[in-house]
Design a protein around this ligand. Structure first.
Ligand SMILES: NC(=O)c1ccc[n+]([C@@H]2O[C@H](COP(=O)([O-])OP(=O)(O)OC[C@H]3O[C@@H](n4cnc5c(N)ncnc54)[C@H](OP(=O)(O)O)[C@@H]3O)[C@@H](O)[C@H]2O)c1
Length: 232
């Protein structure tokens, strides 16, 4: 891996889509190197060039499996219907000690339903399903479910919201929180263990429902928190 603690590289599996490119736009614009993964390396390179140009930053593209090896913390931004298949495709490329940040929302669109509903997941949440599919020594943290990809891609949109981070190891959540806080206007909040992700994943269809009515990029804000870092 070419990254260092001060100068991370952020691989995004399924990074050519709405959320991946939105995050890449923000991180790259803030001087962080981003690698977009795709099933199609050529597509990844084309999309990366476009994002790099808009963000005036460093973004490259490659296969999902190759992207995984470029950074310690790997973001997974694929539709729920392809989460299992994608985890299987990157499984052999993941190394013990790596963190997979699962952003998957089990929207009912996976079975032809509306985006204002979800489907049940046997393991309890999409994040817990990802953990089941991860190799030994790789931990899953869940985050970013309530952030609007459209908003992230819009240079005029100034985020001012919280990101609920769920995971079973404090140190992993702290690592992920540090990367999230590098996007101006996003405050990571320690929401609890990975199983808490089942609640967080249900917030997205509610926000989509609000967005439809207000034509907005709504988000969430947790009130009443003391100052200080709940991840350390
Ligand atoms: N959009 C949002 O505002 C938002 C916000 C929060 C969370 N999320 C969640 O984040 C995840 C990604 O959302 P998104 O809107 O970015 O999704 P998306 O644009 O529909 O898809 C993301 C990428 O996933 C890959 N993909 C699509 N179908 C696939 C398949 N059958 N097998 C393997 N890979 C496939 C594609 O990459 P390649 O074709 O290049 O391989 C695609 O560019 C979802 O679970 C979503 O619920 C989205």
């Amino acid at each position: 891996m070419s990254e260092t603690e001060d100068s991370p590289t952020i691989p995004i599996v399924g990074g050519t889509g709405a959320l991946g490119t939105g995050l890449a736009f923000r991180w790259a614009g803030g001087g962080i190197k981003v690698v977009l993964g795709s099933r199609d390396p050529e597509r990844a390179a084309d999309v990366a060039a476009d994002v790099a140009g808009r963000a005036k930053g460093e973004v490259s593209g490659m296969s999902n499996a190759d992207a995984v090896g470029t950074g310690e913390v790997v973001f997974l931004t694929v539709p729920f219907a392809s989460q299992s298949e994608t985890m299987a495709a990157i499984r052999d490329s993941l190394e013990p000690g790596q963190i997979v940040v699962d952003c998957t929302v089990p929207l009912a669109t996976a079975v032809g339903g509306p985006p204002t509903q979800t489907v049940g997941v046997w393991q309890g949440s999409a994040a817990q399903q990802a953990q089941k599919l991860a190799p030994e020594g790789v931990t899953v943290v869940s985050a970013l479910h309530t952030i609007s990809a459209q908003g992230l891609a819009d240079p005029d949109w100034v985020p001012d919201e919280d990101v609920l981070v769920c995971g079973d190891r404090k140190a992993d959540k702290a690592r992920v929180a540090e990367l999230i806080s590098r996007i101006d206007g996003l405050r990571p909040v320690n929401a609890g263990s990975l199983e808490t992700s089942r609640f967080v994943e249900q917030l997205t269809p509610m926000l989509i429902s609000i967005n439809i009515r207000y034509k907005a990029h709504s988000g969430i804000r947790i009130t009443g928190l003391p100052e200080g870092d709940p991840f350390s």
